[in-house]
Design a protein around this ligand. Structure first.
Ligand SMILES: *Cc1c(COP(=O)(O)O)cnc(C)c1O
Length: 392
């Protein structure tokens, strides 16, 4: 196995070690639901935890574990636990900690379905939640309650790219025994490793950059061995394990995260400047630009910005719709982290189910467009945007 001192790219290629059967070079897809026991005693020992080994794929699978080991190494975590989706990863992390009567304090700018999971679904089981601007430390301090157990936030937040400094907020939470959970999907472990800054749990929707090829829905949680044990047990009990095939594809994807992120990031900065300077654009939301309010904070904890940003059209919703109608090369689709460029309209798409009051609190407007900048030649992305803007 690659030691912890090895570089990011080396760990991406070697962290799962030389544990492959029959000297296979790539980690095989263990496409099996169950595993046979050598003897009845062997089976009993596995169930009793007296021996390490595989029993049943919902509980553990070698392809899934190889993938978890690589992500844990890239995050600088003791362990990682993979899930069948990003939302399943968030649910297991929160619900394995919370019970009826507990309170979760959450960032007020989040992926739309996460808002519903915390506010509505968990609310039905007696879990209280409030939403706060986590970039405002005084507000967070005010909103912590005696029954707060978890502080949950996204940085950079979806879709407005608001930045929360994990190193500043974590001590506030830890002082009162509150666990800090960070969804860092927009940043990836290549640019931001939340545990290094004091977070207890780092979560990714691996559907996005970690798999990176737009062909898997998945999630992963990185944490200390102790927290990972709690979260893994919830995964097994809730049945939210990923398939071996998806783990195989995600492992293949994460191997090249470093190179993809370098180019995504470089392309995004060029495209963001073009969009910012366009007369039909009123406002940018991207921490990668020096004038953004989150830029300095991003620079303190992140080594790059990612490739997803939002902007508001000067002439409102109709102009946003006309832009999306006019694109030719880019793909009109939700999600991000794919190899190619995606463009979408948060208010009617990813965030459509968010209650209106929270949408307003998030600063999510009808004229906002979100773009994920892909790996195409950057001139071609700009050419497509230029012609789409011209057609409005
Ligand atoms: C997509 C996304 C999720 C949800 O992940 P799924 O894999 O779709 O379940 C959570 N958080 C963020 C920031 C996302 O972009």
């Amino acid at each position: 196995m690659a030691s912890h001192e090895a570089g990011f790219m080396t760990r991406a290629l070697h962290a799962e070690g030389h544990t492959k059967p029959k000297n296979a070079h790539s980690v095989p897809i263990f496409q099996t639901s169950t595993f046979y026991f050598d003897t009845p005693e062997h089976g009993a020992d596995l169930f009793a935890g007296k021996q390490k080994g595989y029993i049943y794929t919902r509980i553990g699978n070698p392809t899934v574990e190889a993938y978890e080991q690589v992500v844990a190494s890239l995050e600088g975590a003791e362990e990682a636990v993979a899930f069948s989706s990003g939302l399943a990863a968030i649910f297991a992390t929160l619900m394995s900690r919370l019970k009826a009567g507990d309170h979760v304090l959450s960032g007020d700018t989040l992926y739309g379905p996460t808002v519903n999971q915390i506010g509505e679904l968990m609310g039905r089981y007696g879990i209280e939640s409030t939403f706060v601007d986590t970039s405002d430390l005084a507000a967070v301090k005010r909103e912590l309650r005696p029954n707060t157990r978890v502080l949950f936030l996204e940085t950079p937040a979806n879709p407005t790219c608001r930045i929360t400094e994990i190193g500043a907020i974590s001590p506030l939470a830890h002082e009162v025994g509150v666990e800090v959970v960070v969804d860092a999907t927009f940043a990836t472990p290549y640019f931001l490793r939340p545990l290094e800054w004091g977070a207890d749990v780092s979560i990714h929707s691996t559907t996005k950059f970690i798999n990176g090829h737009g062909d898997v829905v998945g999630g992963i949680v990185s944490a200390s061995a102790e927290l990972a044990k709690r979260i893994r047990k919830f995964r097994t009990d809730a049945g939210a394990s990923p398939s071996p095939m998806d783990a195989f594809l995600s492992l293949r994807g994460v191997r090249t995260l470093a190179m993809r992120m370098e180019r995504h990031n470089a392309n995004a900065l060029v495209v963001a400047e073009f969009v910012r300077d366009h007369p039909k654009v009123r406002r940018m939301y991207f921490h990668g630009l020096p004038e953004d309010p989150g830029h300095a904070a991003a620079d303190r904890e992140m080594s790059g910005y990612g490739a997803t940003f939002s902007f508001e059209m000067r002439d409102g919703f109709d102009a946003a719709r006309a832009l999306l109608t006019g694109i030719k090369m880019m793909t009109l689709a939700v999600s991000l982290g794919t190899l190619d460029t995606l463009i979408q309209h948060p208010a009617s798409m990813t965030h459509a189910a968010v209650p209106e009051a929270i949408m307003r609190q998030q600063g999510l407007t009808p004229e906002m467009v979100r773009i994920h900048v892909g790996l195409e030649n950057v001139e071609d992305i700009i050419a497509d945007l230029r012609q789409a803007f011209a057609g409005i």
